[in-house]
Design a binder for this molecule. Structure first.
Ligand code: GTP
Ligand code: MG
Length: 433
């Protein structure tokens, strides 16, 4: 792996069973990022279970398992490179229960591949109001994933029909535009993960009517996102390990600022203070880490039991902001009835999850123009945009979107459904911080 290429985190999103894992497994295989023997082994295992068609998906699903078992400083994400970039791949399961992972996954992603099945009925299920094609697109945009590629998969099931492709492209364009994407800048690539069409190489034999790039080629059209090295350090913690002979090792992605060996850091909300002894990325020790780096680092003076997922690392002279309340601008994605003050679902922000109360509905906005439609509304409903004062029920780090974008966007969820997503426009610091 070349360390000189810029690094991008890529999340793969889309409705359940649309072929996310298969597509990325196939891609990794075709570009040589996976040993063919590994695929062969999966093929045999899958055959035994009568599920041969899952062999590529298993490459990623197996890794997911490994990630959960992981005890070393390995971040477990898959890596591959293109001509221009070095990618870390995050595969988000499409099942509804996993939208939570999707939220934390996407909050670390610079760019996304949206996999959409062209199969009769499958595309329609994904784009329906309850479908995850819609939900993921919406969340990805809210969580700041501004760059997107659309892979229209399972084209083999519709005979590589140009008409079906156009129909799907048009419907998706409408959705993407509504959410705020610049559709002109998005590649819509007809693929078959199963037959290996337009994955690593172009396949004019199957799709003579398509003259855009293959999926792999399209990755090089992503732009390098800004790396806010001048801002104060912020690292939301994903996991904490206690490693024999090393000590406490928090793992996470640097969102802003620079972390150097020797730095004194504070971890909030617990106010744990320690000194950075070593930093690693993908098993390689490094002297400093910059925004976008997925790292594990050993911090002396902090016990594993003091800190956990959702806490945030910062410099002692500019600690991460623990809030008492915050003001958010949200869009209500789904709610069966109406939301009034007092409603207490769950807040998902960076890697943290805590109960949060809609304390006061301040303004209802016109979703098209953003101008105020109603002051102090009694209720807000599905499809509404609003400014809301929120009160987290436990201490949590929340930053203004304008200052720390990755720590200033959030989703609220209830009973396994995403209710709303938005950005933080103001914060009120909790007492004692
Ligand atoms: P979740 O992780 O559960 O959300 O699913 P996923 O989106 O990762 O889908 P996965 O890759 O597991 O594929 C689901 C099913 O679709 C499997 O049976 C695949 O073999 C099949 N499949 C994937 N890609 C294609 C394709 O290009 N053509 C056809 N015909 N089937 C495909
Ligand atoms: Mg999958």
């Amino acid at each position: 792996m070349s360390e000189k290429k810029p690094h991008l985190n890529l999340v793969v999103i889309g409705h359940i069973d649309h072929g996310k894992s298969t597509t990325m497994g196939r891609l990794l295989y075709e570009v040589g990022a996976i040993d063919p023997r590994v695929i062969q082994q999966y093929e045999e295992e899958a055959k035994k279970l009568g599920r041969e068609s899952f062999k590529y998906a298993w490459v990623l699903d197996r890794l997911k398992e490994e990630r959960e078992r992981g005890i070393t400083i390995d971040l477990g994400f898959y890596k591959f490179e293109t001509k221009k970039y070095f990618f870390t791949l995050i595969d988000a399961p499409g099942h509804r229960d996993f939208v939570k992972n999707m939220i934390t996954g996407a909050s670390q992603a610079d760019c996304a591949v949206l996999v959409v099945s062209a199969k009769e009925g499958e595309f329609e299920a994904g784009i329906s109001p309850a479908g995850q094609t819609r939900e993921h697109v919406f969340l990805a945009k809210t969580m700041g994933v501004d760059q997107l590629i659309v892979a229209i998969n399972k084209m083999d099931t519709v005979n590589y029909s140009k008409e079906r492709y156009e129909e799907i492209k048009n419907q998706l364009s409408r959705l993407l535009r509504m959410v705020g994407y610049k559709v002109e800048e998005i590649h819509f690539i007809p693929i078959s993960a199963w037959e290996g069409v337009n994955i690593a190489k172009r396949s004019p034999d199957k799709t003579p009517w398509y003259n855009g790039p293959s999926l792999y080629e399209a990755f090089d059209d992503f732009k390098e996102p800004p790396r806010p090295v001048d801002k104060p350090l912020r690292i939301p913690i994903q996991d904490v390990y206690s490693i024999k002979g090393v000590g406490t090792v928090p793992v996470g992605r640097v969102e802003t600022g620079v972390l150097r060996v020797g730095d004194k850091v504070i971890i909030n909300p617990p106010k744990a203070v320690g000194e950075v002894k070593s930093i690693e990325t993908h098993h390689t020790p490094i002297p400093e880490a910059i925004p976008g780096d997925n790292i594990g680092f050993n911090v002396k003076g902090v016990e594993k039991s003091q800190i956990r997922r959702g806490d945030v690392v910062g410099p002692v002279n500019n600690p991460p902001t623990v809030v008492d309340e915050f003001i958010g601008r949200i869009f209500v994605l789904f709610h069966p009835t109406a939301i009034a003050a007092g409603y207490t679902p769950v807040l998902h922000i960076h890697t943290a999850t805590v109960p949060v109360t809609f304390e006061e509905l301040l303004q209802k906005l016109d979703p098209r123009t953003g101008s105020v439609a109603e002051e102090k509304p009694q209720y807000i409903k599905q499809g509404d945009s609003a400014i809301v004062r929120f009160k987290p029920r436990k201490p949590v780090v929340v930053e203004k979107y304008s200052e720390f974008p990755p720590l200033g966007r959030f989703a609220v969820r209830d009973s396994g459904r995403t209710i709303a997503a938005g950005v933080v426009i103001d914060v009120r610091k909790a007492e004692g911080y």
